[in-house]
Write a protein that binds this ligand. Structure first.
Ligand code: ADP
Ligand code: ASP
Ligand code: MG
Length: 411
């Protein structure tokens, strides 16, 4: 008898019929004797619909009220799923985030989980009930409703699994596991049987939205066995593991991409101590995250400074930079929000040279110009024009031998 936390994403609960199918799956598992906590997302499209409503009502929706609104999507699905389970003679009870005291900080729209009260859930499990919990939401210390950021139901599930020391946390979605890249972009992408936490964390933070980054962080920190599986097909899915003991380990596990970024450049700023903080300070102060940063070698005492931010923050940062550029006496500034970041990720990179070269050569062959490069121990990222995203991903997928029938080109 195992304690399992399951999470069903938006497409898996996208209609009454689909919720019924989820209920069948949960019921079968419960009848087999497992103890189950099930987290659900809102029905697909519902969170977007609620956000759009808020923006119709107000040009700048109040963050607290926005969370009150968008958390209702998950409240619908927990009730519907629980009704369906009860109809199947499975004792079950639904809870909102507030009801199980999923306590977060007060950062509306991107709240972080601080603690979870497991008492109620444990009592229900003991009484033989399936516990159904709303994903994506919590409450702050003062009882205000908060949400965990897009894709946050993944994190709800992992946090509950960590708190209750579950045997496994299963993330059910519309793909049957983690692939070498998003199968929507590259149909030749291959499902991975396992991927390390470290690699999954990079993939998620570099744009692979199959798991929310925080869910992977949590799972790594609390050692939660985490698996991504299909809601619609049988299969083992992908297990996120601590270490990869595979001897024939691939150099590259996957390719991630992100079209949510924008680039800003300030040209001809005086190359003096403190210039980086003068440029980036105001951005950080505005609570905006900076991703890549490049400063050119100076020429005639002047340098150029380029960085990227989330595309949603582009207008705000552009306005900030106009002021900074003026203050610093910069020659000019420009911005571009039609960019994309492509990254190759793999722990195999640690012990192999030549990966960067193969990446750059492959992009050059396709005539794709690289605008920025950044590297870490297990990833190389490049910024390119957005129009080359698909071409770049597919070319790299092929060059690194990731295709279903692929072979690595000679390094
Ligand atoms: P859910 O609603 O179940 O949370 P998401 O849309 O958040 O589902 O995540 C699943 C989607 O993630 C897939 O449909 C796929 O297009 C996308 N995705 C991006 N990168 C990958 C990857 N490397 N492997 C699998 N899926 C990926
Ligand atoms: N419903 C939320 C979203 O669409 C949370 C989730 O699905 O994980 O982002
Ligand atoms: Mg998701």
């Amino acid at each position: 008898m195992a304690l399992i936390v399951q999470k069903y994403g938006g497409t898996s609960v996208g209609s009454i019929e689909k919720i019924g199918k989820v209920a069948d799956k949960v019921a079968a598992r419960a009848k087999a004797g497992d103890k189950l906590i099930v987290t659900v997302s809102a029905m697909s499209g519902e969170t977007n619909r609620l956000i759009a409503l808020a923006h119709e009502m107000s040009a700048r929706p109040n963050p607290r009220e926005l969370d009150v609104l968008i958390s209702t999507g998950e409240q619908m699905t927990i009730a519907l799923l629980t009704m369906a389970l009860l109809d199947r003679d499975i004792d079950a009870r639904s809870y909102t985030g507030g009801q199980i005291r999923m306590v977060t900080d007060d950062a509306h729209g991107k709240a972080r989980i601080k603690k979870i009260q497991s008492r109620k859930m444990k009592a229900d499990l003991k009484a033989g009930r399936v516990v159904v919990v709303a994903g994506f939401q919590g409450v702050d210390d003062n009882g205000n409703i908060t949400t965990l950021g897009r894709g946050g139901s993944d994190t709800t599930a992992v946090a509950i699994a960590a708190a209750l020391k579950a045997d496994e946390c299963q993330i059910y979605t519309d793909v049957d596991g983690v692939y070498t890249t998003d199968p929507r972009i590259e149909p030749k992408a291959r499902k991975l049987d396992t991927i390390t936490f470290e690699e999954m964390l990079e993939m998620a933070s570099l744009g692979s939205k199959v798991l929310q980054i925080r869910s992977v962080e949590f799972a790594g920190k609390y050692n939660v066995p985490l698996r991504v599986l299909s809601s619609f097909e049988e299969g083992e899915g992908t297990l996120i593991t601590l270490e990869n003991n595979d001897v024939e380990q691939a150099l590259i596990s996957g390719i991630a991409f992100n079209r949510d970024e924008a680039q800003l450049t300030i040209n001809g700023v005086p190359d003096q101590p403190g210039v980086a903080s003068k440029i980036l300070g105001p951005v950080t102060k505005a609570n905006i995250e900076i991703d890549m940063i490049v400063q050119n070698i100076s020429e005639d005492g002047c340098t150029d400074f380029t960085f990227t931010v989330h595309r949603n923050d582009y207008d705000t940062v552009y306005a900030l930079m106009e002021k900074v550029a003026k203050k610093l006496g910069a020659k000019k500034m420009k911005g571009d929000d039609a960019i994309a970041k492509i990254s190759v990720v793999g722990v195999g990179m640690r012990s192999h040279a030549g990966i960067a070269n193969l990446m750059f050569e492959t992009l050059a062959k396709e005539n794709i110009n690289i605008r920025m490069i950044s590297t870490s121990e297990i990833k190389i990222s490049v910024v390119v024009d957005q129009k080359y995203l698909e071409l770049g991903v597919r070319a790299l997928h092929d060059a690194f031998g990731l295709d279903s029938d692929g072979k690595l080109k000679n390094l």
